[in-house]
Design a protein around this ligand. Structure first.
Ligand SMILES: Cc1cc2nc3c(=O)[nH]c(=O)nc-3n(C[C@H](O)[C@H](O)[C@H](O)COP(=O)(O)O)c2cc1C
Length: 382
């Protein structure tokens, strides 16, 4: 039996606590959600749409903004608390350059709550769903956003169906369906937390592996992505509809001499290859092999070491090693650029074109586009 004064105090206390809790939830609640996304084949866009749907159900004003060919990042002025999301695929264990650039030039808007979601290469082996690898796809973004005073509330790597069809066939419909269903429920749980102001950092679970593969990620960002940009060709089936040029997120595809040409701005996001109505865009695998063979026969390493030791005889080992590596890779890049130029003009010849088309694995492989996503979803706004 409690003395009457104690029961009264407890009642007051509970009343006060309930009010506090209500206030806390109220303060945490967002009024707006702004999602900036980059998506090659619709996986990140699909995840963005799931989150937006959950936000709309909670009564938030939600905006979905593609970063494709952005000129100046804009932040819509809104009343009330706003949560900002950045969604993008993982490319070469890093984030696509266009997304990194977008974050770097994003205006300083003070302490804002934000979350990151990077889609990765999800696959299925028997009964098991296999994950992709983030590398520095989140770590680098965290660094940039922290520099911009963002308050990071959530990190989610999401293993959507892999779209990297230059290196493997597109997944079959059933597998895609199962992976998508799994991801949808992961995103729904994530949205439930993030939209109500809770913190969730699933992305940190693979931190040791992510840190270990950072050197590979740096190699991809400095060289890999430029090399990949020079592996695309269009076959003789190309109807010159220019859809690849119109829908390219970075404006990297140009029509040169009546056929698409991929410049170094290409992110290898796989969009052009997968939206092409005649399936005429291929990865020229035999060109890659040819380049590899020729480069392994050119004695450029010998020349470079000779030049460095002649002109910088007393340079410390670290400096000459760095110079050697930098000039070796610059030479390779220049070589690939020239060889790709030659390829572009020689495939005008039907027999040469057929050789590179029919020796390409993508000619025989299934394509990939996230279910329900069409080329129209990637139209560029004026
Ligand atoms: C060029 C390229 C590089 C990729 N690198 C990785 C990677 O390092 N790790 C990974 O898990 N997935 C990687 N992927 C797979 C994509 O990140 C994954 O399929 C993603 O869900 C695609 O999303 P999107 O459709 O929004 O572009 C890569 C795909 C491409 C095309």
């Amino acid at each position: 039996m409690q003395p009457p004064f104690l029961s009264l105090t407890l009642k007051f206390h509970n009343l006060f606590r309930d009010d506090l809790l209500k206030n806390e939830t109220f303060n945490r609640m967002y009024k707006n959600l702004v999602i900036y996304y980059f998506s090659g084949t619709g996986n990140a866009l699909t995840a963005a749409r799931w989150i937006t749907k959950s936000a709309a159900l909670k009564g938030l004003n939600a905006s979905l903004i593609p970063v494709d060919r952005f000129k100046k990042p804009s932040f819509p002025s809104q009343e009330g608390k706003t949560l900002i999301g950045f969604l993008y695929p993982t490319h070469g264990f890093s984030l696509p350059w266009i997304m990194l650039k977008f974050m770097l030039v994003f205006p300083l808007i003070g302490k804002q709550d934000a979350f990151l979601l990077n889609t990765r290469a999800g696959m299925k082996a028997g009964r098991w769903f296999t994950p992709g690898l983030s590398g520095m796809a989140q770590l680098l973004a965290i660094l940039v956003l922290k520099m911009k005073s963002f308050n990071i509330k959530g990190l989610l790597p999401l293993d959507m169906p892999s779209n990297w069809i230059s290196i493997h066939p597109g997944l079959n419909e059933k597998t895609v369906e199962l992976i998508i269903e799994r991801c949808r429920s992961i995103v729904e749980n994530f949205s439930e937390k993030i939209l109500t102001g809770k913190r969730t950092y699933k992305g940190l679970l693979s931190l040791p592996i992510d840190i270990a593969i950072i050197p590979v990620a740096i190699g991809y960002s400095l060289f890999g992505r430029f090399i990949l940009a020079k592996t695309f060709i269009s076959s003789s089936d190309c109807g010159n509809c220019r859809l690849c040029e119109k829908r390219c997120p970075t404006g990297a595809v140009k029509i040169v001499d009546g056929r698409p040409y991929w410049s170094f701005k290409c992110e290898s996001c796989m969009r052009c290859m997968n939206i092409c109505p005649t399936k005429s865009i291929q990865t020229a695998h035999s060109f890659v092999v040819l380049i590899f063979i020729v480069l392994s026969f050119i004695p450029y390493s010998f020349w470079l070491s000779a030049i460095i030791s002649k002109y910088l005889p007393g340079a410390p080992a670290v400096a000459s090693n760095f110079l050697y590596d930098a000039s070796r890779w610059s030479f390779k890049m220049l070589f690939i650029f020239i060889a790709y130029h030659i390829l572009h003009f020689t495939i005008k010849n039907r027999s040469i074109n057929n050789f590179f088309t029919y020796s390409s694995l993508t000619r025989y492989w299934r394509r990939y586009m996230a279910p329900g996503i069409k080329a129209f979803d990637f139209r560029q706004k004026e």
